[in-house]
Design a protein around this ligand. Structure first.
Ligand SMILES: [Zn+2]
Length: 501
């Protein structure tokens, strides 16, 4: 039997709403704020599933896990910047090494439409469309790419995303006008995205359409406080309550999903999903680097023993740290993204004396990341394999014992990414991932027994990621699915209906 679209099995529409917090989505659905998702969920062929992703390692791990259908220990991605032990520095993620789960379908000539899956670069889709970084919250250094050529032409001629002009770099959570403008740009961007995706679907009629809306991710980091303004973490700062700004962006995305669902037809298998969510924060603690130095785990190179190029780099880092905020904002506003990244990279790590450094922290946008300077893995390693576990235990003890002057713990828990020292030897990940208690976000934090100034960075951010994701699945086999699906297995759910051809 053929479906109305003329296919023996239904088409698939998969829509990612990046970092849409599942409890908030449920709340908005219950309050009739998201009519498209509500109708989708109430379809008798639909199920609400939980999605488990490796968000506890880092937010940068979730999309590569989804896309490559492998765990972070295999694909090695956890951040826009990755540690390279062979060169003892950071490199920008470019996504070129990871084959996506839709590659076999491309090889079989199945028509596909892929639109802005974070970190996924074009792989040569000839039948259908693929668009990468029309606008991305998490970007590679590659910029906008699309194919086949006629699709690139359509995308280039379409309106650009209102967020792409770097207009909102100085938006702060204290300023209602700024937040309102940012929210409007996100809603407008979601509308343009929906229109453009619908146009490409109509032109190419793909069997699988996989589209991601990153606007909610971007907005949630800067306006999560508007959803729960009375959370204690916000009490030390005078933030604008903002009103229902974020809700309005969710509604804008919901409206676009309504159009896409209509286009896909009632027979289509549908997945609307988020790989992780959002919860309160206020900036993020950045004291791990200096703390590890204070406690003797790491040592910086003596100025006199640095080479000239090292000295230039550490000077640049100092200049950048002491540049007034206004000047920094101007710098980020005017510098093209790629140049900003090139300039930022060498200054993100201080110049370590590797011989006397057994553990050091990696720059992060949320959790604390610590890498052990392991012999046989780091090219300038100082910790023998036989001492890996002992070093890790010492670090754990230090971190779990951290308290503020009032005696409140600063660390909630720690993820150890390698089960054994032998496994650590090939691990590309930070060895310890530190999850913070809310007390660690206090702007005036004093760590008990430490002289380290516990400065917060990223103060514009009022949202950090929560680990749980969700998936609304509509399809004839919904009843057979497990209640919890791993992010790395979502691709299998998406492609299964097409592989049964
Ligand atoms: Zn994020």
């Amino acid at each position: 039997m053929l479906t109305p679209s003329g296919n023996a099995v239904p088409n698939v529409l998969a829509v990612g709403i990046d970092a849409a917090e599942s409890s908030y989505v449920r709340k908005l659905i219950d309050h009739d704020e998201l009519p498209a998702l509500k109708a989708l969920l109430s379809d008798e062929r639909s199920r609400w599933l939980s999605v488990r992703s490796p968000a506890h390692i880092g937010s940068g791990a979730v999309w590569p896990t989804f896309m490559s259908a492998t765990e972070p220990s295999v694909h090695g991605m956890y951040s826009e910047w990755s540690w390279r032990p062979e060169t003892m520095n950071l490199v920008r993620y470019h996504g070129l090494r990871l084959p996506p789960f839709w590659q076999p379908l491309v090889a079989q000539g199945v028509p596909l439409g892929i639109f802005d899956v974070p970190f996924a670069l074009p792989i040569g889709v000839a039948n259908g469309f693929e668009v990468s970084e029309w606008w991305a919250h998490d970007s590679t250094s590659e910029g906008l790419q699309a194919g086949p050529p006629e699709i690139l032409e359509i995308v280039r001629r379409s309106s650009s995303h209102p967020l792409s002009a770097n207009r909102f770099v100085d938006t702060t959570p204290d300023n209602r006008t700024d937040l309102k403008e940012l929210a409007e740009a996100c809603s407008q961007g979601a509308w343009l995205r929906g229109e453009l995706a619908a146009r490409l679907i109509k032109e190419t009629n793909p069997r699988l359409s996989l589209l991601v809306f990153p606007e909610i991710h971007h907005a949630s980091h800067q306006m999560w406080h508007t959803t729960e303004p009375h959370h204690p973490v916000y009490s030390q700062r005078d933030l604008d309550e903002g009103g229902p700004l974020l809700r309005d962006i969710f509604r804008a995305v919901d409206k676009q999903i309504a159009s896409l669902l209509e286009l896909a037809g009632t027979d289509a298998t549908v997945l609307v999903f988020a790989l992780h969510g959002m919860r309160p924060a206020l900036g993020f603690p950045a004291f791990l680097g200096p703390l590890l130095i204070e406690r003797g785990f790491a040592k910086l190179t003596d100025w006199r023993s640095q080479s000239w190029s090292q000295r230039a780099l550490s000077m640049l880092a100092t200049v950048k740290r002491h540049t007034p905020d206004a000047l920094k904002q101007l710098y980020y506003k005017t510098a093209p993204t790629v140049a900003t990244h090139k300039l930022a990279r060498p200054t993100m790590l201080p110049v370590y004396d590797w011989e006397h450094t057994c553990a050091f922290s990696l720059p992060t946008d949320q959790y604390g990341w610590i890498r052990i300077n392991l012999e046989g893995r780091e090219s300038r390693g100082s910790v023998p394999l036989s001492e890996y576990e002992e070093t890790r235990d010492e670090l754990e003890k230090l971190l779990l014992g951290l308290v503020n002057e009032e005696g409140q713990s600063l660390v909630a828990d720690i993820t150890l990414t390698a089960a054994t020292a032998a496994m650590a030897l090939t691990s590309p990940l930070p060895d310890l991932v530190v999850h913070w208690e809310y007390a660690a976000f206090a702007p005036t934090l004093q760590i008990k027994g430490s002289g380290v100034r516990a400065e917060l960075v990223g103060k514009k951010s009022t949202g950090q990621h929560a680990s749980e994701g969700f998936c609304i699945y509509r399809g004839s086999d919904a009843a057979n699915l497990e209640e919890v699906v791993a992010a790395k297995d979502l691709g299998r759910l998406i492609t299964a209906p097409l592989l049964n051809d």
